[in-house]
Design a protein around this ligand. Structure first.
Ligand code: ADP
Ligand code: MG
Length: 217
């Protein structure tokens, strides 16, 4: 599904150039999962952001290829990459508020994500959003649909973010330390949910963590 080869990325700072990723290569087959483990600061998030083409301006890609479904992603235009991001490739983060809008009800956010890539009217999109809330095992989906992010728990926010990430049935889901901020029981539930979704949707999963125990689960 994806093949990253010899990827090197640095950052331009005011005084010099810092190497963040140095010649990394990996691949994931369709429907399979890959764990990436490394200490904090080793370049895991920068690698993931490069795949999503969400690197900050100061980042320089020095070398490498990112081949997704047979197509080179590096060098695509902004409008071309929008076809991939949130649609064929999705990402979830440690902090769900990176993905969620604090001033919009949870349900509406999922509806907007669905409608961005699928031509569905509001009622059909709402039905799909509620099905997703059930699929990610949110309790009382109707209530959470109407809630603002601050009104629900951290684990629930994580599930809403996961629902948004899989709303358009991506071929690849990148999970960057999605359980690091959660307590151990919730961590386990989220990992098993991601694994179930991978199997159900036939998606590839890249799971990033600094914790080898979490990745091996
Ligand atoms: P990890 O996710 O493995 O903890 P990161 O990928 O976030 O690590 O960071 C890798 C390296 O890139 C770190 O040394 C970090 O300081 C550097 N880095 C990340 N983002 C920036 C940035 N916006 N500007 C400068 N350096 C950065
Ligand atoms: Mg990181």
């Amino acid at each position: 599904m994806i093949e990253v080869s010899n990827l090197s990325i640095s950052f331009k700072t005011e005084t010099d150039i810092v190497k963040a990723v140095n010649g990394v290569s990996f691949g994931v087959e369709k429907g399979k999962s890959l764990g990436i483990v490394g200490e904090s600061g080793s370049g895991k998030s920068v690698t993931a952001l490069a795949i999503m083409q969400l690197l900050p301006q100061q980042a320089i890609i020095n070398s490498g290829n990112i081949i997704f479904g047979g197509k080179e992603l590096l060098g695509l235009s902004k409008s071309e990459i929008r076809e991939y991001r949130g649609n064929k490739i999705s990402m979830i983060f440690q902090e769900p508020m990176t993905s969620l809008n604090p001033v919009m009800r949870c349900g509406k956010q999922v509806i907007e994500t669905i409608q961005l890539h699928q031509k569905l009217d509001k009622n059909k999109a709402k039905k799909q959003a509620l099905e997703l809330f059930e699929r990610v095992k949110l309790p009382r989906p109707e209530e959470i649909f109407q809630a603002y992010p601050h009104e629900i728990s951290g684990g629930q926010k994580q599930r809403v973010m996961i629902a948004m990430a899989v709303a358009n049935k991506p071929n690849l889901l990148i999970a960057d330390e999605p359980t690091t901020a959660l307590d151990v029981t919730v961590q386990k539930e989220i990992i098993s949910l991601l694994n179930d979704l991978r199997a159900d949707f036939g998606m590839s999963l890249i799971f990033i963590s600094h914790d080898l125990g979490v990745v091996s689960a």
